[in-house]
Write a protein that binds this ligand. Structure first.
Ligand code: SF4
Ligand code: SF4
Length: 455
Protein backbone atom coordinates (compact mmCIF):
# COMPACT_ATOMS: atom_id res chain seq x y z
CA UNK A 1 0.00 0.00 0.00
CA UNK A 2 1.39 3.39 -0.96
CA UNK A 3 2.22 5.63 1.95
CA UNK A 4 0.72 8.63 0.23
CA UNK A 5 -2.59 7.43 -1.21
CA UNK A 6 -5.41 9.22 0.55
CA UNK A 7 -8.06 6.62 0.91
CA UNK A 8 -10.46 5.28 3.48
CA UNK A 9 -11.75 8.77 4.31
CA UNK A 10 -14.63 10.74 2.81
CA UNK A 11 -12.54 13.89 2.18
CA UNK A 12 -10.16 14.49 -0.72
CA UNK A 13 -6.98 14.83 1.33
CA UNK A 14 -6.82 18.56 0.74
CA UNK A 15 -8.92 21.75 0.98
CA UNK A 16 -9.91 24.64 -1.24
CA UNK A 17 -7.53 27.55 -1.80
CA UNK A 18 -4.38 27.91 0.37
CA UNK A 19 -0.78 28.31 -0.79
CA UNK A 20 2.48 26.40 -1.22
CA UNK A 21 5.27 28.42 0.46
CA UNK A 22 8.74 26.79 0.69
CA UNK A 23 8.58 24.73 3.89
CA UNK A 24 12.26 25.24 4.84
CA UNK A 25 11.96 22.34 7.27
CA UNK A 26 15.25 20.80 6.09
CA UNK A 27 17.12 23.23 8.37
CA UNK A 28 16.05 21.38 11.53
CA UNK A 29 14.33 18.25 10.18
CA UNK A 30 17.18 15.89 11.05
CA UNK A 31 18.04 17.46 14.42
CA UNK A 32 17.14 14.98 17.13
CA UNK A 33 15.46 16.57 20.12
CA UNK A 34 18.09 17.80 22.61
CA UNK A 35 17.27 18.28 26.26
CA UNK A 36 18.12 21.63 27.87
CA UNK A 37 19.35 21.72 31.45
CA UNK A 38 17.31 23.28 34.22
CA UNK A 39 17.76 27.07 33.91
CA UNK A 40 18.58 29.35 36.85
CA UNK A 41 15.17 31.00 36.64
CA UNK A 42 11.83 30.36 35.00
CA UNK A 43 9.16 33.00 34.42
CA UNK A 44 5.60 31.74 34.23
CA UNK A 45 2.85 34.13 33.07
CA UNK A 46 -0.49 33.48 34.79
CA UNK A 47 -2.20 33.46 31.38
CA UNK A 48 -0.76 30.86 29.01
CA UNK A 49 -4.04 29.72 27.54
CA UNK A 50 -6.99 31.12 25.65
CA UNK A 51 -9.45 32.27 28.28
CA UNK A 52 -8.99 33.47 31.83
CA UNK A 53 -5.67 33.68 33.80
CA UNK A 54 -5.05 31.23 36.61
CA UNK A 55 -4.96 32.42 40.24
CA UNK A 56 -1.53 32.23 41.90
CA UNK A 57 -1.40 30.16 45.11
CA UNK A 58 2.27 30.70 46.03
CA UNK A 59 3.95 33.63 47.78
CA UNK A 60 7.34 35.27 47.36
CA UNK A 61 10.00 33.34 49.32
CA UNK A 62 8.06 30.06 49.27
CA UNK A 63 9.89 26.88 48.25
CA UNK A 64 8.28 24.74 45.54
CA UNK A 65 8.94 21.23 44.27
CA UNK A 66 9.12 20.13 40.64
CA UNK A 67 5.56 19.80 39.29
CA UNK A 68 3.96 21.58 42.27
CA UNK A 69 0.71 23.42 41.56
CA UNK A 70 1.43 27.17 41.66
CA UNK A 71 -1.68 28.57 39.93
CA UNK A 72 -5.27 27.34 39.94
CA UNK A 73 -7.53 27.63 36.90
CA UNK A 74 -10.71 28.64 38.73
CA UNK A 75 -12.78 29.55 35.66
CA UNK A 76 -13.92 26.78 33.31
CA UNK A 77 -11.89 28.21 30.42
CA UNK A 78 -8.63 28.51 32.32
CA UNK A 79 -5.67 26.19 32.98
CA UNK A 80 -3.68 25.22 36.07
CA UNK A 81 0.00 26.13 36.28
CA UNK A 82 2.79 23.96 37.75
CA UNK A 83 6.42 24.64 38.53
CA UNK A 84 8.80 23.06 35.96
CA UNK A 85 11.69 23.24 38.44
CA UNK A 86 12.37 22.95 42.18
CA UNK A 87 13.17 26.34 43.66
CA UNK A 88 12.18 29.49 45.49
CA UNK A 89 9.39 31.81 44.35
CA UNK A 90 10.58 35.37 43.70
CA UNK A 91 8.53 38.57 43.55
CA UNK A 92 5.76 38.60 40.92
CA UNK A 93 6.65 40.61 37.85
CA UNK A 94 5.09 41.83 34.62
CA UNK A 95 6.38 40.38 31.36
CA UNK A 96 5.69 41.27 27.74
CA UNK A 97 5.02 38.34 25.44
CA UNK A 98 5.93 38.40 21.71
CA UNK A 99 2.27 39.10 20.85
CA UNK A 100 2.52 42.34 22.85
CA UNK A 101 0.43 41.17 25.82
CA UNK A 102 1.70 42.37 29.20
CA UNK A 103 1.05 39.75 31.86
CA UNK A 104 1.72 39.15 35.53
CA UNK A 105 4.11 36.24 36.00
CA UNK A 106 5.47 34.02 38.78
CA UNK A 107 9.24 33.87 38.78
CA UNK A 108 11.04 30.87 40.33
CA UNK A 109 14.76 30.66 41.08
CA UNK A 110 16.17 27.10 40.87
CA UNK A 111 17.21 25.69 44.26
CA UNK A 112 17.76 22.21 45.64
CA UNK A 113 17.77 18.92 43.83
CA UNK A 114 16.21 18.94 40.36
CA UNK A 115 14.53 16.15 38.44
CA UNK A 116 16.94 15.57 35.52
CA UNK A 117 15.03 16.77 32.42
CA UNK A 118 16.67 13.90 30.45
CA UNK A 119 14.62 11.54 32.59
CA UNK A 120 11.39 13.27 31.53
CA UNK A 121 12.37 13.08 27.85
CA UNK A 122 13.39 9.40 28.18
CA UNK A 123 9.95 8.76 29.62
CA UNK A 124 8.33 10.48 26.61
CA UNK A 125 10.35 8.48 24.09
CA UNK A 126 10.00 5.13 25.84
CA UNK A 127 8.55 2.17 23.90
CA UNK A 128 6.59 1.08 26.98
CA UNK A 129 3.56 3.35 26.75
CA UNK A 130 0.47 1.16 27.27
CA UNK A 131 -2.07 0.65 24.50
CA UNK A 132 -4.11 -2.19 25.88
CA UNK A 133 -5.24 -1.09 29.35
CA UNK A 134 -6.83 2.21 28.38
CA UNK A 135 -10.33 0.97 29.29
CA UNK A 136 -9.41 0.87 32.99
CA UNK A 137 -9.56 4.68 32.92
CA UNK A 138 -13.02 6.10 33.36
CA UNK A 139 -13.68 8.99 30.86
CA UNK A 140 -14.51 11.51 33.59
CA UNK A 141 -11.31 10.60 35.43
CA UNK A 142 -9.31 11.30 32.26
CA UNK A 143 -11.05 14.69 31.88
CA UNK A 144 -10.25 15.56 35.51
CA UNK A 145 -6.58 14.60 35.13
CA UNK A 146 -6.32 16.69 31.93
CA UNK A 147 -7.81 19.62 33.87
CA UNK A 148 -5.57 19.13 36.90
CA UNK A 149 -2.45 18.72 34.72
CA UNK A 150 -2.88 22.19 33.16
CA UNK A 151 -2.88 20.80 29.62
CA UNK A 152 -3.63 23.23 26.78
CA UNK A 153 -3.39 22.89 22.99
CA UNK A 154 0.33 22.74 22.21
CA UNK A 155 -0.13 23.45 18.49
CA UNK A 156 -0.11 27.17 19.25
CA UNK A 157 -3.73 27.97 20.09
CA UNK A 158 -3.32 27.04 23.79
CA UNK A 159 -7.03 26.35 24.25
CA UNK A 160 -7.55 24.48 27.57
CA UNK A 161 -7.85 20.79 26.64
CA UNK A 162 -10.29 19.86 29.41
CA UNK A 163 -12.84 22.23 27.85
CA UNK A 164 -12.64 20.34 24.54
CA UNK A 165 -13.05 16.93 26.16
CA UNK A 166 -15.68 17.70 28.80
CA UNK A 167 -18.89 15.83 27.88
CA UNK A 168 -21.54 18.05 26.32
CA UNK A 169 -25.08 16.68 25.97
CA UNK A 170 -25.82 18.88 22.97
CA UNK A 171 -22.67 18.01 20.98
CA UNK A 172 -21.74 14.35 20.60
CA UNK A 173 -18.26 13.58 19.29
CA UNK A 174 -17.89 10.92 16.59
CA UNK A 175 -14.30 11.48 15.56
CA UNK A 176 -11.16 12.52 17.39
CA UNK A 177 -8.65 14.03 14.97
CA UNK A 178 -5.03 14.24 16.13
CA UNK A 179 -3.31 17.06 14.28
CA UNK A 180 0.26 16.29 13.20
CA UNK A 181 0.21 18.42 10.05
CA UNK A 182 2.62 21.12 11.28
CA UNK A 183 2.10 23.14 8.11
CA UNK A 184 3.95 26.28 9.32
CA UNK A 185 7.24 26.64 7.40
CA UNK A 186 10.46 25.99 9.39
CA UNK A 187 8.85 24.33 12.43
CA UNK A 188 9.73 20.67 13.02
CA UNK A 189 8.92 20.10 16.71
CA UNK A 190 5.79 18.04 15.99
CA UNK A 191 7.64 16.10 13.31
CA UNK A 192 10.40 15.14 15.78
CA UNK A 193 7.86 14.28 18.46
CA UNK A 194 5.99 11.98 16.04
CA UNK A 195 9.28 10.36 15.03
CA UNK A 196 10.85 10.06 18.49
CA UNK A 197 7.86 9.74 20.84
CA UNK A 198 5.21 8.07 18.68
CA UNK A 199 4.19 5.62 21.42
CA UNK A 200 3.29 8.37 23.89
CA UNK A 201 1.21 10.06 21.15
CA UNK A 202 -0.68 6.82 20.52
CA UNK A 203 -1.38 6.26 24.24
CA UNK A 204 -2.51 9.89 24.59
CA UNK A 205 -4.73 9.59 21.51
CA UNK A 206 -6.42 6.47 22.91
CA UNK A 207 -6.95 8.15 26.29
CA UNK A 208 -8.31 11.34 24.70
CA UNK A 209 -10.54 9.27 22.43
CA UNK A 210 -11.91 7.48 25.50
CA UNK A 211 -12.49 10.82 27.27
CA UNK A 212 -14.69 12.08 24.40
CA UNK A 213 -16.21 8.64 23.61
CA UNK A 214 -15.04 8.96 20.00
CA UNK A 215 -16.00 6.17 17.61
CA UNK A 216 -13.03 6.94 15.37
CA UNK A 217 -9.53 8.26 16.03
CA UNK A 218 -7.48 9.60 13.12
CA UNK A 219 -3.93 10.95 13.26
CA UNK A 220 -3.48 13.45 10.41
CA UNK A 221 -0.03 14.06 8.90
CA UNK A 222 1.10 15.84 5.72
CA UNK A 223 2.93 13.80 3.09
CA UNK A 224 6.18 15.77 3.56
CA UNK A 225 6.84 13.77 6.78
CA UNK A 226 7.26 10.17 5.55
CA UNK A 227 9.46 9.04 8.47
CA UNK A 228 6.93 10.25 11.03
CA UNK A 229 4.19 8.44 9.10
CA UNK A 230 6.18 5.20 9.20
CA UNK A 231 6.74 5.51 12.97
CA UNK A 232 3.08 6.26 13.61
CA UNK A 233 1.98 3.34 11.43
CA UNK A 234 4.18 1.02 13.52
CA UNK A 235 2.99 2.50 16.82
CA UNK A 236 -0.71 2.26 15.87
CA UNK A 237 -0.58 -1.38 14.70
CA UNK A 238 -3.33 -3.41 16.35
CA UNK A 239 -5.08 -0.30 17.62
CA UNK A 240 -8.27 1.37 16.34
CA UNK A 241 -6.32 4.44 15.26
CA UNK A 242 -6.16 5.32 11.55
CA UNK A 243 -3.55 7.49 9.86
CA UNK A 244 -4.65 10.07 7.28
CA UNK A 245 -1.81 11.20 5.02
CA UNK A 246 -2.69 14.58 3.54
CA UNK A 247 -1.33 16.61 0.67
CA UNK A 248 1.16 19.22 1.83
CA UNK A 249 -0.41 22.65 1.57
CA UNK A 250 -0.61 25.67 3.85
CA UNK A 251 -2.67 25.97 6.14
CA UNK A 252 -3.55 22.25 6.17
CA UNK A 253 -3.16 22.14 9.96
CA UNK A 254 -5.94 24.62 10.70
CA UNK A 255 -9.04 23.00 12.17
CA UNK A 256 -11.60 23.85 9.51
CA UNK A 257 -9.31 22.92 6.62
CA UNK A 258 -8.32 19.62 8.24
CA UNK A 259 -11.92 18.59 8.88
CA UNK A 260 -12.76 19.44 5.25
CA UNK A 261 -9.74 17.54 3.90
CA UNK A 262 -10.20 14.35 5.93
CA UNK A 263 -13.93 14.07 6.57
CA UNK A 264 -15.33 16.21 3.74
CA UNK A 265 -17.36 18.17 6.30
CA UNK A 266 -17.83 21.95 6.40
CA UNK A 267 -17.69 23.61 9.82
CA UNK A 268 -20.23 26.45 9.70
CA UNK A 269 -18.91 30.03 9.70
CA UNK A 270 -18.24 30.97 13.33
CA UNK A 271 -18.67 27.32 14.34
CA UNK A 272 -16.39 24.76 16.00
CA UNK A 273 -15.27 21.23 15.01
CA UNK A 274 -17.68 19.91 17.68
CA UNK A 275 -20.57 21.30 15.56
CA UNK A 276 -19.82 18.50 13.07
CA UNK A 277 -19.03 15.86 15.72
CA UNK A 278 -15.25 16.33 15.75
CA UNK A 279 -12.78 16.93 18.59
CA UNK A 280 -9.29 17.97 17.57
CA UNK A 281 -6.00 17.85 19.46
CA UNK A 282 -2.39 18.41 18.48
CA UNK A 283 0.12 15.52 18.68
CA UNK A 284 2.04 17.27 21.50
CA UNK A 285 -1.17 17.80 23.43
CA UNK A 286 -2.10 14.11 23.43
CA UNK A 287 1.47 13.16 24.41
CA UNK A 288 0.98 15.52 27.41
CA UNK A 289 -2.32 13.74 28.15
CA UNK A 290 -0.46 10.40 28.23
CA UNK A 291 2.09 11.81 30.70
CA UNK A 292 -0.64 13.35 32.82
CA UNK A 293 -2.76 10.19 33.05
CA UNK A 294 -0.15 7.40 33.08
CA UNK A 295 2.79 9.12 34.82
CA UNK A 296 0.73 11.58 36.89
CA UNK A 297 2.99 14.37 35.58
CA UNK A 298 1.57 17.83 34.87
CA UNK A 299 2.50 19.89 31.81
CA UNK A 300 5.89 21.41 32.68
CA UNK A 301 8.03 20.90 29.55
CA UNK A 302 7.51 20.88 25.79
CA UNK A 303 9.38 20.42 22.52
CA UNK A 304 10.13 23.56 20.46
CA UNK A 305 11.95 24.22 17.16
CA UNK A 306 14.60 26.90 16.85
CA UNK A 307 15.15 27.41 13.15
CA UNK A 308 15.69 29.83 10.30
CA UNK A 309 18.73 30.90 8.31
CA UNK A 310 19.40 33.53 10.97
CA UNK A 311 20.13 31.01 13.73
CA UNK A 312 23.62 29.50 13.90
CA UNK A 313 22.62 25.89 14.65
CA UNK A 314 18.93 25.12 14.16
CA UNK A 315 17.69 22.58 16.72
CA UNK A 316 14.67 20.91 18.24
CA UNK A 317 14.73 21.20 22.01
CA UNK A 318 12.92 19.78 25.03
CA UNK A 319 12.67 22.76 27.38
CA UNK A 320 10.99 23.74 30.64
CA UNK A 321 8.10 26.14 30.20
CA UNK A 322 9.21 29.54 31.48
CA UNK A 323 12.80 29.44 30.17
CA UNK A 324 13.73 32.66 28.37
CA UNK A 325 13.75 32.87 24.57
CA UNK A 326 17.28 34.33 24.80
CA UNK A 327 18.65 31.27 26.66
CA UNK A 328 17.13 28.98 24.08
CA UNK A 329 18.63 31.00 21.21
CA UNK A 330 22.05 31.03 22.91
CA UNK A 331 21.87 27.25 23.28
CA UNK A 332 21.64 27.13 19.47
CA UNK A 333 24.82 29.21 19.10
CA UNK A 334 23.02 32.56 18.86
CA UNK A 335 21.90 34.48 15.79
CA UNK A 336 23.93 35.05 12.62
CA UNK A 337 25.30 38.43 11.54
CA UNK A 338 22.65 38.82 8.86
CA UNK A 339 19.74 37.92 11.19
CA UNK A 340 17.00 40.48 10.67
CA UNK A 341 13.84 39.29 12.40
CA UNK A 342 13.09 37.00 15.36
CA UNK A 343 9.64 35.44 15.34
CA UNK A 344 7.84 33.48 18.05
CA UNK A 345 6.35 30.59 16.09
CA UNK A 346 6.64 30.32 12.32
CA UNK A 347 6.79 33.12 9.72
CA UNK A 348 3.13 32.78 8.62
CA UNK A 349 1.29 33.09 11.93
CA UNK A 350 4.03 34.03 14.40
CA UNK A 351 4.81 37.37 16.07
CA UNK A 352 8.05 39.33 15.62
CA UNK A 353 9.68 40.30 18.90
CA UNK A 354 12.91 41.73 20.23
CA UNK A 355 12.74 41.26 24.01
CA UNK A 356 14.74 38.07 24.48
CA UNK A 357 13.80 37.87 28.17
CA UNK A 358 10.28 36.86 27.07
CA UNK A 359 9.55 33.33 28.34
CA UNK A 360 8.67 30.22 26.39
CA UNK A 361 5.02 29.52 27.25
CA UNK A 362 2.84 26.43 26.86
CA UNK A 363 1.76 27.69 23.42
CA UNK A 364 5.27 28.40 22.06
CA UNK A 365 5.94 25.96 19.23
CA UNK A 366 9.22 27.50 18.18
CA UNK A 367 11.38 30.47 17.30
CA UNK A 368 12.22 31.37 13.70
CA UNK A 369 15.04 33.77 12.88
CA UNK A 370 14.93 35.20 9.35
CA UNK A 371 17.81 36.93 7.54
CA UNK A 372 17.70 40.19 5.55
CA UNK A 373 17.54 38.15 2.33
CA UNK A 374 14.36 36.43 3.45
CA UNK A 375 12.48 39.57 4.36
CA UNK A 376 10.80 41.69 1.76
CA UNK A 377 11.78 45.34 2.03
CA UNK A 378 9.62 46.31 -0.90
CA UNK A 379 7.34 49.27 -0.32
CA UNK A 380 3.59 48.82 -0.27
CA UNK A 381 1.84 50.04 -3.43
CA UNK A 382 -1.82 50.36 -4.37
CA UNK A 383 -4.07 47.35 -4.74
CA UNK A 384 -4.15 46.28 -8.38
CA UNK A 385 -7.35 44.27 -7.91
CA UNK A 386 -5.68 41.08 -9.07
CA UNK A 387 -7.83 38.92 -6.78
CA UNK A 388 -4.92 36.73 -5.66
CA UNK A 389 -5.75 37.29 -2.00
CA UNK A 390 -9.30 36.03 -2.63
CA UNK A 391 -8.00 32.95 -4.47
CA UNK A 392 -5.60 32.17 -1.60
CA UNK A 393 -8.00 32.62 1.31
CA UNK A 394 -8.93 29.20 2.74
CA UNK A 395 -11.96 30.77 4.45
CA UNK A 396 -13.44 32.15 1.21
CA UNK A 397 -13.19 35.69 2.53
CA UNK A 398 -12.43 38.84 0.53
CA UNK A 399 -9.26 40.05 2.26
CA UNK A 400 -8.93 43.20 0.17
CA UNK A 401 -12.42 44.34 1.30
CA UNK A 402 -11.59 43.56 4.93
CA UNK A 403 -8.37 45.54 4.69
CA UNK A 404 -10.15 48.50 3.09
CA UNK A 405 -12.83 48.45 5.78
CA UNK A 406 -10.09 48.57 8.43
CA UNK A 407 -8.19 51.35 6.63
CA UNK A 408 -11.31 53.47 6.32
CA UNK A 409 -12.46 52.77 9.87
CA UNK A 410 -15.64 51.00 8.81
CA UNK A 411 -16.48 48.19 11.27
CA UNK A 412 -19.94 47.72 9.78
CA UNK A 413 -18.51 46.66 6.38
CA UNK A 414 -15.79 44.57 8.09
CA UNK A 415 -18.45 42.72 10.05
CA UNK A 416 -20.66 42.29 6.97
CA UNK A 417 -17.69 40.62 5.24
CA UNK A 418 -17.18 38.25 8.21
CA UNK A 419 -13.87 39.63 9.45
CA UNK A 420 -14.00 37.43 12.57
CA UNK A 421 -13.93 34.29 10.42
CA UNK A 422 -10.36 35.21 9.47
CA UNK A 423 -7.93 33.13 11.51
CA UNK A 424 -4.91 35.20 10.43
CA UNK A 425 -3.20 32.46 8.42
CA UNK A 426 -1.31 35.05 6.37
CA UNK A 427 -2.00 33.51 2.93
CA UNK A 428 -3.42 36.78 1.59
CA UNK A 429 -0.41 38.83 2.67
CA UNK A 430 1.95 36.19 1.25
CA UNK A 431 0.48 36.35 -2.26
CA UNK A 432 -0.23 40.09 -2.52
CA UNK A 433 1.92 41.60 -5.33
CA UNK A 434 1.30 45.10 -3.94
CA UNK A 435 2.97 44.03 -0.65
CA UNK A 436 -0.03 45.13 1.39
CA UNK A 437 0.11 43.69 4.90
CA UNK A 438 -3.47 42.50 4.77
CA UNK A 439 -3.29 40.45 8.00
CA UNK A 440 -2.08 43.43 9.97
CA UNK A 441 -4.97 45.52 8.64
CA UNK A 442 -7.42 42.70 9.36
CA UNK A 443 -6.17 42.50 12.98
CA UNK A 444 -6.84 46.24 13.28
CA UNK A 445 -10.27 45.71 11.70
CA UNK A 446 -11.14 43.02 14.25
CA UNK A 447 -10.36 45.42 17.10
CA UNK A 448 -12.59 48.06 15.44
CA UNK A 449 -15.43 45.55 15.15
CA UNK A 450 -15.05 44.48 18.80
CA UNK A 451 -15.24 48.12 19.96
CA UNK A 452 -18.20 48.81 17.64
CA UNK A 453 -20.11 45.75 18.87
CA UNK A 454 -19.55 46.70 22.53
CA UNK A 455 -20.44 50.38 22.04
S1 SF4 B 1 -8.30 36.84 5.19
FE1 SF4 B 1 -7.60 35.77 7.00
S2 SF4 B 1 -8.12 33.62 6.67
FE2 SF4 B 1 -8.19 34.67 4.67
S3 SF4 B 1 -6.14 34.44 3.81
FE3 SF4 B 1 -6.12 36.38 4.89
S4 SF4 B 1 -5.36 35.87 6.90
FE4 SF4 B 1 -6.00 33.91 5.98
S1 SF4 C 1 -3.67 40.46 -3.66
FE1 SF4 C 1 -3.14 42.53 -3.09
S2 SF4 C 1 -3.20 43.65 -5.01
FE2 SF4 C 1 -4.27 41.71 -5.38
S3 SF4 C 1 -6.46 42.18 -4.93
FE3 SF4 C 1 -5.57 41.43 -3.06
S4 SF4 C 1 -4.96 43.29 -1.96
FE4 SF4 C 1 -5.22 43.85 -4.10
Amino acid sequence: MSLFRFKGFPGTGSFRHGIHPPDNKALSYESKVEVMDTPETVTLPLLQNLGVPCKPIVKSGQTVRYGELIGVGEAFVSAALHSPIAGKVKKMKVVTLPNGKRLTAISIHAEGEQIPPEKLWEEMTSKDWPRDCISIYDPLTIVKIIHDSGIVGLGGAAFPTHVKVTPNDTRMIDTLMINGCECEPYLTCDYRLMKEASRSIVTGALLTGRAVSAKEIVICVEDNKPEAITKLREATEQTVIKIAVLKTKYPQGSEKQLVQAVLGLEIPLGGLPSDVGVAMSNVGTVAAVARGVIKESPLTHRVISISGKGIKTPKNLFVPIGISMGEVINFCGGITQDAARIIAGGPMMGFSFSDLTAPVTKGTSGITVLTHDEISNEQETSCVRCGRCVDACPMNLVPTRLALAARYNNPSIASQYHINACFECGCCTYVCPAKINLVQLIRTGKRLVAAWENR
